[in-house]
Design a protein around this ligand. Sequence first.
Ligand SMILES: Cc1cc2nc3c(=O)[nH]c(=O)nc-3n(C[C@H](O)[C@H](O)[C@H](O)COP(=O)(O)OP(=O)(O)OC[C@H]3O[C@@H](n4cnc5c(N)ncnc54)[C@H](O)[C@@H]3O)c2cc1C
Length: 466
Amino acid sequence: MKKIIIAGAGHGGLVAAKLLAQAGFDVTVYEKKAREDLGYDQYDSVHLDGFEKAGVPVPEKYRVHRTGLAFRLPGSDLPALRQGVKDDTFNVEIDRRALYDWLLTPAAQMGVHFEFGCEILSPIVLGSRVAGFETDRGPVYADLVIDAAGIYSPIRSQLPESLGIQNMPRKYELLHPYRAYFARTPGVPDPENVYSVMPLPSPFCGIMWAIMKGDEVDVLIASMEEISDRQIEEKLELLKKDFPQIGEFKRGGRLPDIPTRQPLSMLVADGYAAIGDAAFMTVPLKGSGVGHSMRAGKMLAETVIADKNGFYTRETLWSYQAKFFDDIGFGSALMAVLGNEMPCIDAESLEYVFSSGIVSSEMLEQFGSEAGITKILMTTGVSQLTDMTKKIVGHMSLRRTLLRGARNIGRCKLVERGFKNKYDARMALRWAESYDRFFASIRTFSAGQAEKIRTAVADSAIAEEE
Ligand SMILES: Cc1cc2nc3c(=O)[nH]c(=O)nc-3n(C[C@H](O)[C@H](O)[C@H](O)COP(=O)(O)OP(=O)(O)OC[C@H]3O[C@@H](n4cnc5c(N)ncnc54)[C@H](O)[C@@H]3O)c2cc1C
């Protein structure tokens, strides 16, 4: 019987674990936390699509109509930009602990073994093959290692360079989140928008949200730059001015970082496949983190089951990579191109976006739907962005940002065209290098722009003090 070991109880790894055990594989999941500590005490929205495509059943009561987000500027009277939502789009609103029950229980019933409280330390690599991993209980070896250990996976982050797999995310490729639930201040009615999302005020780049949920307010402050506890407190005070509904602190705090970058260029190696946040599959604010991971879990299991020789080489695992990029990854990469511009937008340009009416509720609806924006970016994205620049009269910096976005989407599509579904070792590595090179170049540029904006904000703050 072929042996598969899964690093971390990530969502995609658990979907794959169940399907593989069902198909007769010997599957063990190694997870550093205790079973009862998995998940967080928070509710999240996940696209229904993610569950359906991964074959994870959702009880009727958890399906809710999607709520449109309202994008607004903190401390500003400018009207919010409201996201339209079609009547027939559903999310799954779920407590993270309950979600783990949905995934773990069927996996255990299919015979998956679990080693909880077991920390993975590093990969075991023999030649070009990932043969297992070291844990605090000793080494474990297998025919295939599935890496579902999240953004800072101890496996991916320590793979040798020769495998062509990027070890760590860079600056501006992730968000550092603080999330907490507060009691609703008695007697204060709902704000105009119950689901408000805002840019994090300069000198930081990131997002905040305030969501009214029954008798609680769900607050998120997530920064692309390192942010101290004191700075989080300051942002919280700002939020409270706009949302007097935020009352006493109930629970919450800092959470694991969220990837905002393009998916990993190389998901597979001999004996190895990365999934979920370990492969940077998340597109923030779209309920995609869990959904993409679970969908990829099914794709991976099908690829492994189809490999009748049981060698699980990069070649035989390539169809997992090809299917993922085809269904999800290329779209996410285009979203990452747009997201890359985020640190480059200054406060004044943001005000222009909110006051000029260049962003419609339909555009925001397309952003929210799982297929919408991806389809648009893949088909008419370049011309749409170029058209938008024509509507922007007299705002050079924003025009430049949009034109750059359009050009980079075109460049990204050219990179995509070099991808071949049929495996060829040299082609695969060359493609991954060109994809990584492209993103490194646009990221270096945006980091430089961001630096200029932050320096200007800091200089003007000093000048004001003087
Ligand atoms: C504040 C916040 C809000 C979010 N909101 C949403 C949302 O609304 N919708 C959505 O779809 N997604 C959301 N996400 C993203 C989502 O949480 C992730 O994308 C999702 O969890 C997929 O990641 P994963 O399952 O691959 O990895 P993870 O959830 O990170 O799981 C990795 C597992 O590996 C384990 N592990 C790590 N290191 C080791 C080690 N050394 N040894 C053993 N085990 C290890 C961890 O303990 C963990 O259990 C949110 C994230 C945050 C932080």
